[in-house]
Ligand binder design. Structure first.
Ligand SMILES: Nc1ncnc2c1ncn2[C@@H]1O[C@H](COP(=O)(O)OP(=O)(O)OP(=O)(O)O)[C@@H](O)[C@H]1O
Ligand SMILES: [Mg+2]
Length: 278
């Protein structure tokens, strides 16, 4: 682990049953301000990896450290703290539809999951001015503070995802994990959301890990790509080293549909490729 490492994963394995090793002995570390795209075919283990990192599911073996602190065994109050330290953005936004944009973002200050039932009356008794200010700042950072009073379910998909990102930011996380955050969005909204995640990474100096299916978005926005195949880490390197050969190794039969935008002409010297035995 170098001095800038925020998240360190050592030999992480998740076995669901004896036949399914979803994450298989994966190790990597992520520095502050680094945007990492996690690529791999369907069923490779990308979501399982992210879920282990914020303890939505328990890992089978291995170590996860955030700022040096081992988090795989934390319980109770420590686990709640971990959940607020590790912000999570999902494909389906997970907003409370009947609440306003602002109320949804305030929920991030509670560090509770969005489907927890709480009444609005209690919300406004709980939150202090400073907390409302933080929620407003988060909405401003994703460019939708003007939508604060609107009901969440009246927004477009792209706007809802920005609310979800603002809710995560309101937690003041030390790491952000995003599981296919643009999979339900049109191309223009996808670029906007990716641009916002990139800015967050740079301005807040926190690492952002994003599961993606679109190689072109990974190449455009990420600093680094991690490739997963059958639960194993098969590539870890800067975007410009992610060659068509590596993409083919990772995607196998899904290669044509997943990575048609890989620019073969800009591929670096094959000797620079950093592949690992699958
Ligand atoms: N709760 C679970 N119980 C049993 N097996 C599971 C469970 N969740 C995932 N798996 C299995 O673990 C493997 C990895 O699944 P995962 O959802 O992590 O893949 P993924 O890379 O996110 O795929 P996709 O790109 O389709 O979202 C798959 O074989 C999947 O069937
Ligand atoms: Mg997934």
């Amino acid at each position: 682990m170098n001095s800038q490492s925020v998240l360190t994963v050592n030999n992480l394995t998740k076995i669901f049953n004896p036949d399914t090793t979803a994450v298989d002995d994966v190790s990597f570390s992520v520095n502050q301000g680094e945007l990492v795209a996690i690529l791999g075919p369907s069923g490779a283990g990308k979501s399982t990896l992210l879920r282990c990192l914020n303890r939505l599911i328990p890992r089978t073996t291995g170590e996860i450290r955030i700022h040096g602190e081992e988090i795989t065994r934390c319980r109770g109050r420590d686990l709640l703290k971990l959940r607020s330290d590790v912000g999570m953005v999902f494909q389906q936004f997970n907003l409370v539809p009947r609440l306003t944009v602002f109320e949804n973002v305030l929920a991030g200050r509670l560090s509770l999951c969005a489907n927890l039932l709480w009444s609005m009356a209690s919300v406004f008794k709980i939150f202090k001015e400073t907390e409302k200010q933080k929620a407003f700042e988060a909405l401003t950072q994703v460019g939708i503070s003007h939508l604060s009073p609107k009901r969440a379910d009246s927004l477009s998909g792209g706007q809802q995802q920005r609310v979800a990102i603002a809710r995560t930011l309101a937690q003041e996380p030390r790491v952000v994990l995003a599981d296919e955050p643009v999979a339900s969005l049109d191309p223009a909204s996808s670029h906007r959301v990716m641009g916002i995640l990139k800015k967050i990474c740079e301005s807040r100096r926190i690492p952002v890990l994003i599961n993606l299916h679109q190689v072109d978005l990974a190449q455009q926005y990420a600093d680094r790509i991690i490739g997963i195949q059958d639960g194993r880490l098969v590539f870890d390197g800067p975007v410009d080293q992610f060659t068509p050969g590596i993409a083919k190794t990772i995607y196998g039969a899904e290669f044509e549909s997943a990575v048609c935008s890989v620019n073969i002409n800009s591929a670096p010297d094959a000797a620079k490729e950093k592949t690992f035995a699958a």
